[in-house]
Design a protein around this ligand. Sequence first.
Ligand SMILES: *[C@@H]1O[C@H](CO)[C@@H](O)[C@H](O)[C@H]1NC(C)=O
Length: 426
Amino acid sequence: MGIEVLFFSCFWRANQRAPLDGGREKTNYLRAAMVQVLVPGPLWVLWLVRAALATVYFQEEFLDGESWRNRWIPSTNDSNFGHFRLSSGKFYGDIQKDKGLQTTENAKFYAISSRFKPFSNKGKTLVIQYTVKHEQKMDCGGGYIKIFPSDLDQKNLNGKSQYYIMFGPDICGFDIKKVHVILFYKDQYHSNKKPIRCKVDGFTHLYTLTLRPDLTYEVKIDTDIIESGNIEEDWNLRLRKLEKSAMKMPKNWEKSQNDKLSDVPSQDWDKHFLDASANKPSDWNSELDGEWQPSVIQQTKYKHGLKSQNMDNSDYKDVWLHQKIESSGYLQDFELSEYENIGVIGLELWQVRSGTIFDNFLITDDENYAAEFGLKTWGRTKGPEKEMDMIQAKEEIKKAREEEEQLLRESIKEKHFQTQHVKDEL
Ligand SMILES: *[C@@H]1O[C@H](CO)[C@@H](O)[C@H](O)[C@H]1NC(C)=O
């Protein structure tokens, strides 16, 4: 591959990205192109070719000083919201690259967001990635991000603002140390049913959520796959789809069966009952998870609708009917994780002890690009960050020991002085 081609792919890439954050990224890519020319190598070529194929909807590394304030809008919905500042924290791998949005005030709600060109993830992979560092040793607070529709009123962002996706760690006391993946679907929030444990130490961690158009998903922490599978199953959304094609039995169902069933040709029906013995889980949060519904029990199949059925439904809270579709049996609803007009990314959370740093935000359709970006950012600074923390810890121990020795010396001096004093008096 010749130099011209490399330049071409860099320019192309820069132009692709231009609407996002303008000239800054363009110059970065030009710089990358220069480096590329100086240091040719097959890996670089691979990266450039791959990057050229990716669509990057949003990327934010906070590399341009205070200019982030032009891109991130703090909400003024509550004058008591906490403030963010740009900081790389007490220890870091690179003082510039590790700068991110840091919460600065204890026991506050925070709400800030940034806008990008709206897009739909229909039929496409969606990767959401960022880094978060709880260097204050988080006791209780959110470390997650939210993805909003483009019609969000950013200045009014608050806990009730409707979002599409919520993703990331949440820590509170001993009980809650989890990674949320909440999806908005059919006017309700649905949280992941398989618990995913988050990192609780004070270092920067990379969180990646991938939603694929075939309804598979993946949650990665620090590039390791922590959870993966099928969205319908792991969000318990399979049954909700039955409800979609179900007819709810009216209250006066005696009458209705006579009316309706004459219209219905001879067909197989499956009856579904909501499980009355099911109880709402103790950790169910209606605000986050939506209204709780008991699961559906399927009764044996029978012919000709309800007519033959002598039903004792005293055991059931509610009755649903579902018309069985003979050949397909079950229809996949690919809209489970499809969103139109994705347009805003935001931090809307509560923290008891502040100090969390959010950085390296990325929204793309390309898993490989996300992986490379993760390695180029978090991958490069995580090692030096740990080293700096270790050096600081050693220094603290040394300082504590010196202070102890100083106190000891002083007390010996004191004793000596006192003995002298006593001798003198004698
Ligand atoms: C904050 O948002 C809520 C809900 O959208 C709204 O009712 C309220 O008026 C807003 N408050 C301010 C000060 O804008």
